[in-house]
Design a protein around this ligand. Structure first.
Ligand SMILES: C[C@@]1(CC(=O)O)C2=NC(=C\c3[nH]c(c(CCC(=O)O)c3CC(=O)O)Cc3[nH]c(c(CC(=O)O)c3CCC(=O)O)/C=C3\N/C(=C\2)[C@@H](CCC(=O)O)[C@]3(C)CC(=O)O)/[C@H]1CCC(=O)O
Ligand SMILES: NC(=O)c1ccc[n+]([C@@H]2O[C@H](COP(=O)([O-])OP(=O)(O)OC[C@H]3O[C@@H](n4cnc5c(N)ncnc54)[C@H](O)[C@@H]3O)[C@@H](O)[C@H]2O)c1
Length: 303
């Protein structure tokens, strides 16, 4: 029993709410509403927007004019009829009384609601957000300090690996390909798929995953999944390109080899093994390597 601990309370449930093609009511069209609308569009929701045209923020206007997912009603909120068939309600209006009344109507109909700036009228809070391709990070202080949430966001953004979005996209494609090759939900096949994908994610680093292309994924599935192994990237042709910024080992070896030859010539020049033909090259090489040669002689004097 001692191994377990009850979690401390006072937090919120963090979720990635799937709103694709759901209908959301947005009341208000000012600056705060424009931010909410952006998030809703990212989530592929349909939006009923209730706000008088003369109070619209330019960004809200832009969204109305350019997105066919927004139905704009140029008026103020009227009552419960505005809540018909909506899955979520957000309000961002400069009218606290109306905000509270809208919240009460939503609670009565059990529709989840967020009222900007009035925490007791929120079933959920917004957070500061980072998005990089499919990666979504929400920073929440659970209402303690919204400005701090946005400051912490900047810190986290600075630390994110550059290609993390590409790596995640590729793992998504690889998982989809694997589900096609080995279909089924639950049971042994599901367990085996999960174990194999988890092993790929721990065996391959982000650069290697980001470098995968279609052909490389197919190779990985044939040489890995089908044989029930997870090959290291360098043992298969599954890596399309070397990770950016990695040292070029072949070039380094070649340069090392040339330096070795030049060093030998310099030593032989020192011992006058060659005639005049190489004399100039030897002298230049000897000058270049004279500090090394001196050191070498100290350790192993030439007869
Ligand atoms: C994160 C962010 C998301 C977003 O809104 O998209 C967000 N507020 C942001 C900014 C912000 N809001 C405020 C300031 C002024 C400075 C300050 O007061 O700190 C700034 C800073 C700025 O504007 O730069 C004022 C404010 N906000 C709330 C109250 C009421 C209260 O605390 O009682 C008051 C005081 C009003 C007053 O004093 O009269 C309440 C809420 N604000 C929340 C979210 C929820 C809790 C989130 C959390 O803490 O986890 C919650 C509870 C409800 C909700 O709105 O969902 C967004 C940053 C986005 C970004 O930059 O990335
Ligand atoms: N949570 C946050 O991040 C945050 C940050 C700053 C401000 N706020 C709060 O959010 C609210 C909105 O802020 P804003 O800067 O967008 O305000 P704003 O004044 O720019 O916009 C208010 C909008 O609400 C509309 N409106 C007013 N009454 C309405 C009604 N009955 N029905 C429909 N529409 C109505 C107006 O026409 C306007 O479009 C304010 O209460 C503000 O204090 C929240």
């Amino acid at each position: 029993m001692d191994r377990f601990e009850l979690p401390t309370g006072s937090g919120a449930l963090l979720l990635a709410w799937q709103l694709k093609d759901r209908r959301v009511l947005m009341v208000g069209g000012g600056e705060v509403a424009s931010g909410r609308i952006k998030y809703l569009l990212i989530a592929d929701a349909y939006i009923n927007l209730i706000a008088p045209r003369d109070g619209l923020h330019p960004l809200t206007k832009f969204y109305i004019d350019n997105s066919d997912r927004i139905t704009h009603h140029d008026r103020t909120f009227e009552g419960p009829t505005d809540l018909a068939s909506v899955d979520m309600v957000l309000t961002a209006i400069d009218d606290v009384e109306w905000s509270r009344r809208i919240c009460a109507m939503c609670r009565e109909q059990r529709i989840p609601v967020n009222v900007a700036d009035i925490p007791p009228s929120c079933d959920f809070y917004f957070g500061s957000q980072i998005r990089k391709g499919p990666l979504q990070i929400m920073i929440s202080t659970n209402g303690n300090g919204p400005k701090l949430a946005s400051i912490v966001k900047l810190r986290i953004e600075d630390c994110l690996p550059e290609n993390v979005d590409k790596a995640i996209e590729n793992v998504g494609s690889l998982r989809a390909k694997l589900r096609q090759r080995a279909p089924g939900v639950g049971g042994e096949i599901s367990k085996k798929r999960m174990q194999w994908i988890s092993s790929v994610c721990t065996t391959w680093d982000l650069n290697e995953l980001a470098g995968l292309d279609e052909a490389a994924m197919d190779t990985l599935l044939v040489e890995g999944w089908e044989r029930d192994v997870v090959p290291r990237p360098n043992r298969t042709k599954a890596v399309r390109s070397k990770p950016p910024g990695s040292p070029n080992i072949a070039l380094a070896t070649f340069i090392g080899f040339l330096c070795g030859i030049a060093f030998c010539i310099a030593i032989l020049g020192e011992q006058s093994v060659f005639g005049d033909f190489f004399t100039n090259i030897m002298l230049i090489s000897r000058d270049l390597f004279s500090p090394l040669i001196t050191k070498w002689k100290q350790v192993m004097p030439v007869a």
